[in-house]
Structures are given as structure tokens and as C-alpha cells.
Ligand binder design. Structure first.
Ligand SMILES: Nc1ncnc2c1ncn2[C@@H]1O[C@H](COP(=O)(O)OP(=O)(O)OP(=O)(O)O)[C@@H](O)[C@H]1O
Ligand SMILES: [Mg+2]
Length: 312
């Protein structure tokens, strides 16, 4: 769906992205990660032509991106950023409706879509749709930013640290939402983050950048278990990689079907890492597991967490 071939970008004569080869398949969730200044945001912005590359070729849907008008690209690609960029004199509703308005959707359809997205992102429409950005907390503003990026149901979603300003709980909720949106709609998503756990949880593929170059790309499991260089191993941190591996496996993959146990059930889509926290919080060695609809599925045993690394 999106291809980079030998792509470079220079600012003031200095390469900030160098000879990048990147293939982003349709429906794939790609996470760009790396240290500050490694070229993540520049790479993302080259996709929707907020930044023009100066060497190599970028294609979208098999066409060189120069063939698209920048505004058309931006309508087909939702874009959400940490600094949010909401229009200060527009209400939440108007902000979310930016692209549908440009696309001249009927009023009622826009209104319904805004309601739907606000509900999805846990912003009570009745309370918030008429507010202005300065009347919202930072985390609420970020959610409006994500809703705006999703509004026209774009084929591609580009997100640059969209959850940066959120507390860990809201952040985890939104990560779940994004993961769910991705699974439901099979939308192509490219997300930039500093947060290793976020990358491991969300990504189908991780692309690790350093000084404008790709150091390694692959599945989260590959980067954790087969780091190409000491830099990669260091970056993902050897010390608690066991815990990180837990974040890659869902409860549903480890549960003992048909068994029963006492207590509040956890859902099968929870990661083993989250389940570990539940075991600790509840001082228990067994957790009942249900599906999203509350139907009991079985039991997760604490002892079954342990060989996760050995069974990729
Ligand atoms: N418009 C610009 N003019 C000059 N230099 C720039 C410009 N935009 C980015 N750079 C430089 O390019 C390099 C890569 O920047 P970029 O924003 O892509 O990094 P990043 O990986 O997103 O970093 P961070 O994690 O801090 O957001 C940095 O050294 C930055 O200073
Ligand atoms: Mg950046």
C-alpha cells in the first residue's frame, strides 16, 4: 500500500532520513520507533507530503505520491499528532468534522459520525460536542485529535505519538481502542512512538530507526528474540524482555478451555502482561476468562505464563 525505495530527506544539507526502504502492506499496523531525532516524524510526514522527500521514490496504492495532490492524499490519510493541532475557535464537533465537511457529507451524516466517534473514544457527546479545545484537558484534546483523524474513515491512519500526553490508564484504553479499530476495519496504520510497550502491544511490524536509517524491522517477537545488533538488543532492553514478551501474547492463546475458577473474569483479548498484573493484584493463581460478550471460556493459570518466551 505504501512503499519507500531509497528515500532520503535532507535539511540544511544534512541527511535526516537516509536511503530508507520500507514496505507497508495494506491492513498492516506498522510502528516507527527510535530515539529522539532519529527521523520518525519526518518519515511519517513524507507519506502525506507534509514534508517532501528529496531522493528515492514513495508510492501509495502503486502510484508515486507526487501524482496525488497533497490535499487529496491528506483526505485519504487521517493524521493525528501529539501536539494535536485542533482549531482553537472551532468546537469539538467542528474539529472532528473537518474532513467530512471538506468532502461535503450531508449534515445529518456528519452529526451521526461525530456522535459515533466521540462515544468510541469515551467523550460524552452531550457534554463535549459544543466545547472549545481550551475547555478540554490535554488527554481529551488528544482524543478529539484521534477522532478527527478517523472521521472520514480514511484508508490510512498516520499517528505521531497520539497518546503522548495521556495518563497510563487512558493511554491503555485508547491503545485498546486503536487495536480494536484496526482489527475491525483492517485499516493501514502507521504509528510513531517512543514507548516500547506501546510498540510491542500494537505493532504487526516494528521499524526501528536510528540517525535516519533503519536498524531493523520485523515483528515484535523477531526484534525481541533475534535482535540484529547490540543496539537493537539494548534498545528493547534485555533486562525485562520476559515481561515484554508477555505483552505480545493474549490470554485467549494460553487459557485452559472449559475450566472454571472463582472471581471477576478477564477478557480473552487481554495481554498476558496485563493478566500478570491481575494475578498480582488479586493474589491468585487462576483467572476466569470470558469473551468480549461475557461468555465464560476457561481459566488462565499463573504457571502457564512462564513458558511464553519458549513458545513463540
Ligand atoms: N523542518 C526542519 N528543518 C530542519 N531540521 C529539521 C526539520 N524537521 C526535522 N529536522 C531535523 O531532522 C531530524 C529528525 O527529526 P524528526 O522530527 O523526524 O525526529 P523524530 O524521530 O520524530 O524525533 P522525536 O522523537 O524527538 O519526535 C532532527 O535532527 C530534526 O532536528
Ligand atoms: Mg517526532
Amino acid at each position: 500500500m505504501i512503499n519507500f525505495s531509497g528515500v532520503s530527506k535532507h535539511f540544511a544539507g544534512k541527511a535526516v532520513v537516509e536511503e530508507l526502504d520500507l514496505h507497508i502492506a495494506k491492513g498492516e499496523f506498522t510502528v516507527l520507533i527510535g530515539t529522539s531525532g532519529s527521523g520518525k516524524s519526518t518519515t511519517l510526514k513524507m507519506i502525506n507530503r507534509l514534508v517532501e522527500h528529496d531522493r528515492g521514490q514513495i508510492t501509495f496504492a502503486d502510484e508515486p505520491i507526487e501524482k496525488f495532490r497533497a490535499q487529496d492524499l491528506r483526505r485519504r490519510m487521517g493524521y493525528a499528532i501529539q501536539s494535536i493541532g485542533l482549531f482553537p475557535h472551532w468546537t469539538v464537533e467542528q474539529n472532528i468534522a473537518t474532513v467530512p465537511q471538506l468532502l461535503k457529507w450531508p449534515k445529518a451524516k456528519i452529526r451521526d459520525r461525530v456522535t459515533e466517534l466521540m462515544t468510541l473514544l469515551h467523550l460524552d457527546p452531550a457534554q463535549f460536542r459544543g466545547r472549545y479545545p481550551h475547555q478540554l484537558s490535554g488527554g481529551q484534546q488528544q482524543r478529539v485529535g484521534v477522532a478527527r483523524a478517523l472521521a472520514s474513515d480514511p484508508e490510512v491512519l498516520l499517528m505521531d505519538e497520539p497518546f503522548g500526553a495521556l495518563d497510563p490508564v487512558t493511554r491503555a484504553t485508547l491503545q485498546h481502542e486503536i487495536a480494536r479499530i484496526h482489527q475491525l476495519s483492517d485499516r493501514t496504520i502507521v504509528l510513531v512512538t517512543h514507548d516500547i510497550d506501546e510498540a510491542l502491544t500494537l505493532a504487526d511490524r516494528i521499524v526501528l530507526l536510528s540517525e535516519g536509517k533503519i536498524v531493523q524491522q520485523g515483528t515484535p517477537l523477531e526484534l525481541l528474540t533475534q535482535p540484529a545488533t547490540p543496539f537493537v538488543a539494548d534498545f528493547f532492553g534485555r533486562s525485562d524482555s520476559g515481561i515484554k514478551l508477555l505483552a505480545l501474547t493474549r490470554v485467549g492463546e494460553r487459557l485452559r478451555a472449559g475450566e472454571q475458577a472463582e472471581g471477576e473474569p478477564v477478557t480473552a483479548s487481554m495481554t498476558l502482561r496485563e493478566a500478570l498484573s491481575e494475578f498480582v493484584a488479586r493474589h491468585t493463581e487462576q483467572l476466569p476468562v470470558c469473551d468480549e460478550g461475557g461468555k465464560p471460556l476457561g481459566v488462565l493459570h499463573f504457571s502457564d505464563l512462564i513458558d511464553v518466551g519458549a513458545k513463540p
